[in-house]
Design a protein around this ligand. Structure first.
Ligand code: ADP
Ligand code: MG
Length: 703
């Protein structure tokens, strides 16, 4: 293979950007399997990194094997035993020069395999060592017959184990990656991080880092690799975090290059709203409203995130922002991720806006036919406020003069979707302001990377007079007592939620669990009307169940996690969460936030299955200790890691290949510093970094 010409950007792009089919031995079916892993171009293979490593560089004497560790041994068959007592079984004893014996045990094997293990034959085996009935054993080890008496050649490097997919074996994948690595350009051509930056942070070249990660030397620090702390991994993590930071910053710069309407009204509607509220705004709400109004008054698009714990009162902040736009003669779109949540906003906004004589338009997926046409026409002719779901972002909806887009619970939307709303409001070079609301608190350092494109306002205070929710964790064995608690709460005129959760992200299984709980609770509490909502019901049935619960007709609501966001029934004072041990802290916190909304003392029962893992026990403990969302978020980071805290569902744009926001948090200050310098001095490198790490997903950045 010819070496790529040095220094020519085009040559590097050729080397990395060619499709995987350019590699020897990659035909259509292998390409298809690779595509399932997101590996389409040769450079995708460079960046497909091992999950872990196996050490086959040495042969461990049997005497030195450690239980629980994986090792490679070489030995001679001493005895073979076939058993059929419970199921077919093959046990092979092998011995080596250390005068110890290891059992190999197989439950699935064919005759040829069994016959291979003849006494005196020599084998090389790799597997995890366990306690067997007769000393150490390996169950279904990998093995290879060694011919001749001489000791076999071992691997020269640690063996990488890659994430893979069905139908694509480790060997084949490793081979393709090795061929892709042959096409790595020389260090200088591949490098996108300026030498002075690498020198100051002591970063290796990318080429060296990639080769180290794919083929670590026999003496590499395998423990450091397992922790993601190896300098080669840190080098890659740095570049990846830097790239994400840059892409968000660039997105921000691009949006901010547009103009936006300067929204300066006379404040009359906002005063009227405040005067009509049955409560006074908290200091935090007032501060955040002022921050938003300050942005809206400028002719530059606002990009602001409002973070506020569940129940901190984000809705009224959004309403106040909306009125600032309406006063200035612009339209406002409020988009929620679910119909349920959109409806909640609709009800609030109607209560607040109707007395002011403001027309509201309702537009969700189920608004069809003539009603839909009417809603679209109203939006097109300039109706001041439209509330809905993603249906709002679909083709055919055009605004006359959209000045402000408010997106609730942004983690459910990708950056793309948000931009599509922005583009709707586009009027030549003028784009609307954007306000994003989220109830997922994130510690500050992480927020600066995760939301590098947004300014952040925090509502860090709850409205007064809330009684904290009493939280208890109870074993499922005491389920009966929990059902009694529901009976008692309902006898006092209160209402209760019973939430069914499953570890699998399967709506169907979750729905089944809810049906089972429904049957159980209706049998145990025959005098109470019980409602049921889950994702498999028809929208109409869901709405009916929710309405009955809101109206107090049904006293208990059995639900799946569909109620996680947006349900507001102040009379509900008891929340039971089944299989609480399976949920992350963020989700538990969201669910618990459904109660404690009225003045009555509320409680939350975390029903768990034993045995509890240590991590699960720690999570339940945190839930009992605190109800502060930011504290819970920090604990969540400690206990679970950000992948789970943020969740892919929650941050469409934040899927890292190597980096881990929490593990690599120490890199973030330099990521920010270097990021600024690159944007200023090396825009060409920024572009290429984004193409390398984010590739097609970076379309939004150019939008
Ligand atoms: P979230 O931030 O979770 O969206 P909401 O906006 O739904 O919170 O507010 C939760 C509840 O608190 C609502 O019933 C709302 O009317 C009420 N609320 C909001 N602000 C205040 C306040 N300053 N004082 C008292 N109650 C408030
Ligand atoms: Mg809300």
């Amino acid at each position: 293979m010819p070496r790529p010409a040095r220094h020519s950007a085009a040559a590097i792009e050729d080397a990395g950007l060619v499709p995987v089919t350019a590699l020897a031995g990659v035909g259509p079916s292998l390409a298809k399997a690779l595509a399932r892993l997101g590996l389409e171009r040769v450079q995708d293979l460079w960046f497909h990194l091992p999950l872990r490593y196996e050490d086959r560089t040495r042969i461990t004497p049997i005497r030195d094997l450690a239980i629980g560790e994986s090792a490679q041994v070489e030995g001679v068959v001493e005895a073979v035993e076939r058993g059929f007592r419970y199921r077919p079984q093959l046990r092979v004893a092998i011995g080596d020069d250390s005068h110890a014996t290891l059992s190999l045990r197989f439950f699935h094997f064919n005759r040829a395999q069994a016959e291979q293990f003849a006494p005196g034959a020599r084998f090389l085996c790799y597997g995890e060592v366990r306690h067997g009935t007769q000393g150490p054993e390996m169950v279904h080890p990998e093995y290879r017959r060694v011919l001749g008496a001489a000791s076999v050649a071992t691997e020269e490097r640690l063996t990488p184990i890659y994430p893979t997919t069905e139908g694509l074996g480790q060997k084949r994948l490793t081979g393709v990656i090795a061929r892709a690595l042959e096409r790595l350009p020389d260090a200088e051509s591949l490098e996108l991080i300026p030498i002075e930056v690498r020198a100051s942070l002591q970063l290796a070249s990318l080429r060296e880092a990639l080769l180290t990660v794919h083929r670590p030397a026999a003496d590499a620090d395998i423990a450091a690799f397992a922790l993601g702390a190896h300098p080669a991994q840190q080098r890659l993590a740095f570049e990846e975090l830097l790239t994400h930071h840059l892409s968000l910053k660039r997105l921000r710069a691009q949006v901010r290059r547009h103009a936006a309407p300067a929204l300066v009204g006379d404040g009359a509607m906002r005063s009227a709203l405040r005067a009509n509220l049955p409560f006074a705004l908290t200091r935090a709400q007032q501060r955040v409203i002022a921050e938003i109004e300050h942005d809206l008054a400028k002719p530059v698009p606002m990009l602001r995130l409002v973070q506020g714990d569940v129940g901190s009162g984000k809705t009224v902040v959004a309403a106040s922002a909306a009125l600032a736009a309406v006063e200035a003669g612009c339209q406002v779109a409020l988009v929620a991720p679910t119909e349920l949540l959109a409806e909640q906003h609709w009800n609030n906004f109607r209560n607040w806006m109707q007395p002011l004589g403001i027309e509201l338009v309702w537009l969700v997926g189920k608004v069809l036919g003539r009603a839909r046409e009417a809603a679209r026409a109203a939006v097109a002719s300039g109706a001041p406020i439209v509330i809905g779901t993603h249906a709002l972002m679909q083709e055919g909806v055009t605004f006359r003069h959209l000045g402000l887009a408010i997106i609730d619970e942004q983690h459910r939307f990708g950056v793309h979707q948000r931009l599509s709303l922005r583009d709707k409001g586009r009027n030549g070079d003028v784009v609307p302001h954007q306000l994003v609301l989220t109830a997922t608190p994130i510690p500050r350092t992480l927020a600066m990377t995760a939301y590098a494109h947004l300014d952040v306002s925090v509502i860090d205070e709850l409205p007064p007079g809330r009684t904290p929710v009493q939280t208890v964790a109870i074993s499922n064995a005491r389920r009966g007592e929990v059902i009694e608690r529901i009976r008692a709460a309902c006898a006092e005129g209160r209402q209760a939620y019973w939430v069914c959760t499953l570890i699998e992200e399967s709506e169907q299984l979750e729905a089944q669990a809810a049906e089972v709980a429904y049957a159980e609770l209706t049998a145990a509490l025959p005098d109470l009307r019980i409602g049921l909502v889950h994702g498999r019901l028809k929208p109409k049935e869901k709405v009916a169940a929710m309405d009955a619960f809101k109206a107090g007709d049904s006293r208990v609501l059995i639900a799946t996690t569909v109620i996680e966001v947006g349900v507001d029934v102040p009379n509900a004072s008891l929340m039971v969460i089944e299989n609480a041990e399976r949920l992350g802290l963020a989700q538990l916190h969201q669910l618990r936030g459904r109660v404690g909304r009225g003045s009555a003392a509320s409680s939350c029962v975390l029903l768990y299955q034993t045995p509890l893992s240590r991590a699960a026990r720690a999570r339940l403990e945190v839930m009992r200790e605190t109800s502060d969302g930011f504290r819970i978020a920090e604990k969540d980071l400690e206990l679970r890691g950000p992948g789970e805290l943020l969740g892919t569902r929650q941050t469409g744009q934040l899927q890292f290949r190597v980096a881990d926001l929490v593990r690599d948090a120490a890199l973030l200050p330099s990521v920010q510093r270097v990021g600024e310098a690159l944007l200023r001095d090396h825009p060409d490198l920024v572009q290429r970094l984004i193409a390398r790490w984010i590739g097609g997903a970076a379309r939004y950045a150019g939008a």
